[in-house]
Ligand binder design. Structure first.
Ligand code: EPZ
Length: 427
């Protein structure tokens, strides 16, 4: 296992190239199951979860070839081909390591008529049920069975049939499973209260490039005319809005100036509005977004909610930034029930944060002190790195494998803008 050592206090100034989006990549990869032709994905981030998903697909019989990024380029090109599937089972050992494995369920049952996926179980930030995924597949005619920690979905003899899906709760993953399955179902599917996260639109555009027929992309009502088959495609993964927002917070918390190269402002409206309200300068230009902290940070009141509202995946990073703001900020986490595990660790660095249920009150302090801290989940880990960048003295973040799931070459990107940061082995 590795740790990251940060000596804080440097203003971060420079350019950070934004990588392909983890949460787009993890729903584009299973699209390869929907066709027997080659699917080429470009700008894939070099992340543990992307590699893990590739291995999961290999286990199902999908061949994958990767062209590595040359030199300092970021992003990889992966070509996937599911000519004939060897299995329709996603095993416990794979799924337990990566919840997003559940996203093979819809494509497999659509392509092969059945799929057996280990129940993903909860994770650090919450229970993470999959009932909405299963109800969506049932609406397309699938039969759902449970046995020994697995869920099995079986399509009718003639394959899935288009239907009406109305999500009672907005769910990114369930919308993704439903969209992929409906692309091969017979007839029309209407998905109401669909998630509108940009990663869903990226998935829909990839499916259209593969021959799917989808209306309402980017809205909460998706209408899909199922096709008998889809063909291969060559598709570029969108830029990672959460990575971009995380580095924006790095500029803000260090009083620096970072140019987020490749960031897409339309994907980040609530994040950028929050930064501006916090007193941070945000300039959109042709190649990305320039973030500059030219004055003291102002306190905020922020509630997480589905897109286009403020994303839950940015809550921990904003909290870190707001520990140094003038005044008291109020953060409310409405999506996950346990997404404040960074709070005690930030407290050990001198932050003043009180949590009551889903709400955290963050009172700005004059400064943070470096400390040894423990990462617990992906975005919490990033909040600890951000705090370390601003803290006086040395911060050691343990269990950084959490970070490697979502941030490509983090130390390299931060060092390039002036951070004093290094990775070391725990050994
Ligand atoms: C996706 O998770 C993202 N992961 C998460 O990012 C992100 O936080 C989340 O969407 C919300 O934006 C990927 O895309 C791989 P949901 P997902 O289904 O799809 C409840 C990160 O840090 N729910 O939108 O699992 C659920 O409990 C990760 O990059 C059900 O009740 O999230 C939650 O309260 C963390 N039943 C709410 O819906 C279901 O069947 C939203 O979850 C599914 C979800």
């Amino acid at each position: 296992m590795d740790k990251i050592i940060i000596r804080g206090g440097n203003r971060l100034v420079g350019r950070v190239p934004i990588s392909g989006a983890k949460n787009a990549a993890l729903t584009l990869l299973p699209c390869a199951l929907l066709t027997d032709e080659a699917l080429t994905l470009r700008n894939l981030p070099r992340l543990a979860d992307v590699d893990g998903f590739g291995h999961l697909l290999n286990g199902l019989g999908v061949s994958t070839t990767v062209e590595g990024a040359r030199g300092s380029d970021f992003g990889r090109v992966m070509t996937l081909r599911a000519e004939r599937l060897a299995s329709t089972v996603a095993p416990y050992d794979m799924v337990r390591k990566m919840r997003a494995s559940i996203l093979v369920l819809g494509p497999l049952v659509a392509r092969e008529g059945q799929a057996t996926v280990s129940l993903p179980g909860g994770c650090a930030i919450g229970n993470r049920p999959i009932d909405l995924h299963l109800k969506a597949l049932e609406a397309l005619g699938a039969e759902i069975e449970f046995a020994a920690g697995y869920v099995k979905a079986t399509a009718p003899a003639g394959g899935l049939v288009g239907g009406r899906i109305v999500f009672p709760v907005v769910s990114v993953g369930a919308t993704e499973n439903a969209l992929m399955a409906a692309s091969l179902a017979k007839g029309e599917t209407v998905i109401d209260n669909a998630a509108r996260e940009p990663e869903i639109a990226d998935l829909a555009r990839c499916l259209v490039a593969m021959g799917a027929e989808i209306d309402g992309i980017g809205t909460e009502r998706l209408v899909i005319q199922g096709k008998p088959r889809l063909h291969g495609a060559d598709y570029q993964v969108m830029a990672d809005r959460i990575e971009a927002g995380s580095y924006a917070c790095a500029a803000a918390i260090t009083g620096g100036e970072i140019d987020l190269i490749g960031a897409r402002p339309d994907d980040m409206t609530a994040i950028l509005a929050g930064l501006r309200d916090a007193g941070v300068t945000v300039d959109v230009h042709d190649h990305g977004i320039r973030i500059a902290a030219e004055g003291p940070l102002q306190a905020l009141t922020v509630s997480t909610a589905p897109f286009p509202a403020f994303p839950t995946d940015m809550q921990a990073q904003f909290m870190a930034m707001l520990t140094l703001a003038q005044g008291a900020s109020v953060l409310t986490e409405t999506i996950f029930e346990n997404r404040y595990m960074h709070v005690p660790e930030l407290g050990r660095m001198g932050a003043d944060i009180q949590v009551r249920g889903r709400t955290a009150v963050v009172r700005g302090v004059d400064g943070l002190i470096g400390a040894e801290v423990m990462a617990t989940d992906l975005r919490a880990s990033m909040s600890l790195v951000l705090a370390g960048l601003a803290a006086k003295g040395e911060t050691v973040v343990h269990r950084v494998y959490h970070l490697d799931r979502g941030y490509e070459r983090l130390e390299e990107k931060l060092s390039a803008v002036g951070a004093d940061i290094e990775r070391a082995s725990e050994g």
